[in-house]
Design a binder for this molecule. Sequence first.
Ligand SMILES: [Mg+2]
Length: 122
Amino acid sequence: MKKNIMLIDDKVSIAKVVAVYLSKDYNFTYFENPVKAISYLEKGELPDLIISDIRMPEMMGSDFLYYLKKNELFKSIPVIMLSSEDSTTERIELLEAGAADYILKPFNPMELKVRIKKVLGD
Ligand SMILES: [Mg+2]
């Protein structure tokens, strides 16, 4: 059975690229902001993995990560963060806050796929 991946990014173009590469191996749910993703999660729709952008207008991906990691129901879902800025400080902060991985944009979709596999233990 295909595992479920949730992607949150305010840029639809990113979602399209990721969907092309992942939809063969994974079920794929996309939201353009964390607020919508949270209402989906609160309905009990728990993905196997979340990939989240960091810089988004409605809610920062870092705040979304903190929300997930503080919530008993969601804290075990691995989260891969996508960053548009190569910041060591940010990377350390997010990994410490519980992010499973941190990938710099633009990324090679093959690299994302490999990292997803590692995080999921496949
Ligand atoms: Mg963004």
